[in-house]
Design a protein around this ligand. Structure first.
Ligand SMILES: [Zn+2]
Ligand SMILES: [Zn+2]
Length: 254
């Protein structure tokens, strides 16, 4: 469990800090990509995200007792001496499963009885790379059990299972980066995941999937690519009016 805490804690802070640097400094300096939501983050948001994520790291770390328990009880086993191909194939299967699991839990978290447990995540209307683990403890427990069902139905390799939180947090940091990395790809492209999740936060519903779009397509929960255009245009117009007013109040009298 101590290893679990260290693992999840360093993943969260490492990916968060790296994504912050890449999207706030590196890519803008290189003129690559663009910021998605121009609105400022709420005062105190970052502190709140770090605190809530700290609790999630604790839950994920302590939750390692469950896969360990499955192994101790003999209800799950690791693959013995798996080949590289097998590990790669298992990672692909787990990446698809991760999207199915996330869509189901995320959709449930948007239902009336459970939505209060999802509210803390949505307090970040404009996301940051540190919004990734910013969950209510119930949401953290729901999302944190992702590897348990696959473990009982198949003997996965240790490395394939260990890759799940790594690729999951990598995709998550991209999804919450509030940055469009590939402006030329279509809205439904795998590389446009940050556009889709930014819209989920701006509109508070729809686009419940994670990295892929197949679950939202299947259940008809995709948001239109321009779903937040009106609210963002309203913000920009207001900003422009305030800038004009500030400029005229500072103009020297003729
Ligand atoms: Zn949501
Ligand atoms: Zn989110």
């Amino acid at each position: 469990m101590a290893w679990g805490l260290l693992f999840f804690g360093s993943l969260y802070l490492g990916f968060g800090a790296a994504m912050w640097f890449v999207t706030r400094k590196l890519l803008p300096a290189l003129g690559i990509g663009r910021v998605l939501d121009p609105r400022p983050v709420r005062a105190g948001q970052l502190r709140e995200e770090l605190t809530q994520s700290g609790v999630s790291v604790l839950i994920f770390g302590l939750g390692m007792v469950f896969p360990w328990g499955l192994l101790q009880l003999g209800w799950a086993k690791f693959a013995v001496d798996p080949s590289g191909w097998r590990i790669a194939a298992e990672i692909v299967v787990l990446a698809i499963w991760n999207d199915v699991h996330f869509w189901i839990n995320h959709r449930l978290l948007h239902t009336r009885p459970l939505r209060r447990f999802h509210g803390p995540h949505h307090r970040s209307m404009v996301c940051t790379p540190f919004s990734t683990y910013s969950f209510h403890p119930i949401e953290a427990a729901m999302l944190g059990n992702v590897i348990l069902p696959p473990m009982v139905v198949h003997d996965f390799s240790f490395w394939a299972l260990a890759s799940v939180p790594v690729f999951s947090l990598f995709f998550n940091a991209i999804g919450h980066a509030n940055y469009d990395f590939f402006t030329r790809v279509s809205y439904s492209h795998w590389f446009a995941a940050s556009r889709r999740h930014h819209l989920h936060h701006a509109c508070h519903s729809g686009n419940y999937g994670f990295q892929f779009t197949f679950m939202d397509r299947l259940f008809g929960t995709r948001l239109a690519g321009d779903a937040a255009d009106v609210q963002l245009a309203t913000f920009r117009a207001r900003q422009q009016r305030m800038d004009t007013a500030a400029a005229s109040s500072h103009a020297p009298l003729a």
